[in-house]
Design a binder for this molecule. Structure first.
Ligand SMILES: Cc1cc2nc3c(=O)[nH]c(=O)nc-3n(C[C@H](O)[C@H](O)[C@H](O)COP(=O)(O)O)c2cc1C
Length: 414
């Protein structure tokens, strides 16, 4: 019987333990978590979602306060087009977050950054280019293009000196999305170094509609592998979404996958950025406590605990402080949903907005409890404490459990 450690993820001549811990914004996949993956010989991800907030928390900068001060005059205005990111500050925050992380890398693995296209930031092209270029400047080992089609992303960095040496990959949920990306990037004469194929059981945003349950990761992975073979393209394929044990992972390796990307099991690790009390909510969850809903203003369905404080919370849009989801014209569908609720309840001190959520604020405050489908199995990965809570786990314990377990077993902590 094989274990995941019998396989290696190859990037050129370099070999890695075939475990990638997926990016989890906003700072749920912390630098500490990514660094553990690298130390153990795998690949970890930090995320550049709301990077100025993350920098304020990590490095005591004041980006959010300053931005709010600058745009305070606009908070009651539903037109947010004036709220712009200063590109030099975005670069500074990226340099800090990435640079300080990379200084601490130990071990044979690598640290990548998860870069979501849907963070349109009121100037999609300009901000995305700064985010990627600065991450490369600051020494990131690789960039995983996520949440969006990224059709122009390679072209934005093709003149960067590290364009051909850094690892660049993309997350797709269908063979069609991969074909489109490769066709649109062909002009840069560079293929992605890896493709994460994310199925419908993943956490965060889903690359499917509300009919997600009709799709199956193994089918999509098989389609991608077959297409690549047919095209004679040798790109490592990394399945993600619902891979809960080492044995699940081995099944994909035997199909021809190069590695796996996992996340949910690490949401309850000591190194994960979620507050302890939220980790306990993840442990406690039953299957019925989890839903896929359309409250994210990005337009993608998102999986989360039904008890997430973000659901129904009718707070005033916080774009002057954050504004990461403002589109190129300064709109976000939460603003529309909020205004509708206010109009329908004239004079009310508080409104409830069920349709959409102020995702920036709630992700920033760890109040949107996004999670993978198998979150309800987390309780089986640890022991119950005497006080009724669940014992948290080290990232090393979880990583090694994926690496060495066989026969669907899950090792409990000592
Ligand atoms: C809490 C949480 C937050 C996530 N945030 C992001 C994100 O910001 N960007 C992204 O591309 N994927 C995100 N994901 C998806 C993961 O990176 C990963 O691909 C997926 O969850 C793997 O499936 P698993 O959780 O069943 O192991 C998130 C997943 C979780 C559980």
């Amino acid at each position: 019987m094989k274990k995941l450690d019998d396989f290696r993820l190859m990037f050129g001549q370099r070999e890695f333990v075939p475990i990638m811990i997926g990016g989890m914004g906003v700072d749920i996949s912390t630098a500490a978590l990514a660094l553990e993956a690298a130390r153990l010989g795998g690949i970890g991800h930090i995320s550049d979602a709301m990077i100025k907030t993350v920098s304020d928390r990590r490095f005591d900068t004041n980006y959010v306060k300053e931005k709010l001060k600058r745009y305070k005059f606009n908070v009651a205005n539903s037109d947010k087009s004036v709220v712009q990111f200063r590109l030099e500050e975005l670069a500074e925050a990226t340099r800090l977050h990435v640079g300080k992380t990379m200084e601490q890398v130990r071990g044979a693995g690598m640290v990548f950054i998860n870069c979501m296209e849907k963070l349109t930031m009121n100037a999609p092209r300009e901000t995305l280019a700064v985010r990627m270029r600065t991450a490369l400047d600051a020494g990131i080992d690789g960039i995983t293009l996520a949440a969006g089609l990224h059709l122009g992303s390679f072209a934005m960095i093709e003149d960067h000196p590290r364009f051909r040496d850094a690892k660049l990959g993309i997350i797709v949920s269908s063979v069609r999305a991969l074909q489109l990306f490769i066709r649109k990037s062909a002009r840069t004469n560079r293929l992605p170094d890896y493709v994460v194929v994310e199925g419908p059981l993943a956490g965060g945003h889903l690359g499917f509609g509300m009919d997600w349950a009709k799709y199956e990761l193994s089918t999509i992975v098989a389609e991608v592998l077959a297409w690549l073979k047919n095209e004679k393209l040798e790109i490592p394929v990394i399945p993600a979404g619902g891979i809960f044990t080492g044995t699940d992972a081995v099944r994909y390796m035997e199909m021809g996958a190069a590695g796996v990307q996992v996340a949910t099991r690490f949401t309850v690790s000591d190194e994960c950025g979620l507050p302890d009390k939220v980790k306990q909510e993840y442990f406690k969850a039953s299957e019925d406590d989890i839903e896929v809903n359309e409250t994210s203003p990005t337009g993608y369905p998102m999986r989360m605990l039904k008890s997430s404080p973000s659901i129904g919370a009718g707070i005033r849009p916080n774009c002057e402080a954050y504004g990461y989801l403002l589109d190129a014209t300064g709109n976000c569908s939460y603003i529309t949903a909020y205004n509708k609720a206010v109009e329908a309840n004239p004079g009310a001190k508080k409104v409830s907005v069920m349709e959409k959520t102020c995702l920036c604020t709630h992700m920033r405050n760890f109040d949107c409890w996004t999670c993978g489908h198998y979150t309800y199995r987390l309780k089986d990965t640890t022991k119950k404490r005497e006080d009724g809570g669940y014992q948290s786990l080290t990232a090393e314990h979880i990583f090694k459990d994926y690496q060495f377990s066989i026969d669907n077993q899950i090792a409990l902590p000592a």
